[in-house]
Design a protein around this ligand. Sequence first.
Ligand code: CNA
Length: 335
Amino acid sequence: MALDPLGAVSLQSIMALSGRLALAALRLWGPGGGRRPISLSVGAPGSFGCGGNSEKVKLSLKDVAELLRTRACRRVVVMVGAGISTPSGIPDFRSPGSGLYSNLQQYDIPYPEAIFELGFFFHNPKPFFTLAKELYPGRYRPNVTHYFLRLLHDKELLLRLYTQNIDGLERASGIPASKLVEAHGSFASATCTVCRRSFPGEDFRADVMADRVPCCPVCTGVVKPDIVFFGEPLPARFLLHVADFSLADLLLILGTSLEVEPFASLSEAVPKSVPRLLINRDLVGPFAYSPRSTDVAQLGDVVQSVERLVDLLGWTQELQDLIQRETGKLDGQDR
Ligand code: CNA
């Protein structure tokens, strides 16, 4: 597939796609093959988009799979949240009943957000470390969704994966750090809240597992894992979004309520001509309140949706082989 300097699909590439997809793609990128968004008449009654025109084209999951399979889209930016890790056994925040916000009695905090507030942490760091013990890398394993994203990387289709998760499962699936933006930090490193010395997160594993608040070996200040609390700046790598989202030719959004800023607004940062696929239990963020004609929403369980996409891509066997290989490696590490 030929790409223009901005990474857009050329007319020739688009015409190689057949039938409805070719028509949809032509409308997406315009007859010159450039990134110039042209007005779309996409959207059937009850679908997303502007609708109201007799020429109606609506992208489907199958169309997105075709864009990926044919490599018409090869600069995929992915945004994920806690919903991709619930199948690994880690509760999200907001799912009613199972989410952490519904089950905070054990943490002894006045209100849910307190667990990630610096003011409360300095007053009482124990609730955060109770949660940290739960989420520390090594306890949970990546699931089908993480390995699907790893496969995107292996196929050189992944431009960058932006995650809000702090469970480290993207790293554990084998996606290299260079492809990741851990927007809300990780347990991989930690910083003394007093002298600001930085340490590998691993240095404090024993403390966290033994329910001890970790202290700086130099100044005895409390050491906080480099998880981004409310009001703290995001890691410098987050700035990569400026280039990534303008280069992206497909945006995948999985397992997030898109309620936490500034992360949530990234979903609006791709040009309007770029298709966005939401895989989530419910319709969230701009997919609900300002949908674009090029949006696709696959609602339901994330694993089932990903498996459906993988099937449409013809990657099922490859994904199974990858999972088997990687699971074997993790089994080996556990021994
Ligand atoms: P959230 O606000 O809890 O939203 C999760 C979304 O995922 C919701 O829309 C759910 O409906 C959806 N969802 C949950 N399970 C599934 C499933 N099996 N299939 C399909 N959809 C599902 O979480 P966000 O990530 O949007 O919020 C951002 C917070 C959550 C970040 O600051 C994270 O650090 C924080 N968080 C992270 C983890 C983790 O690292 N695993 C766990 C809990 C919270």
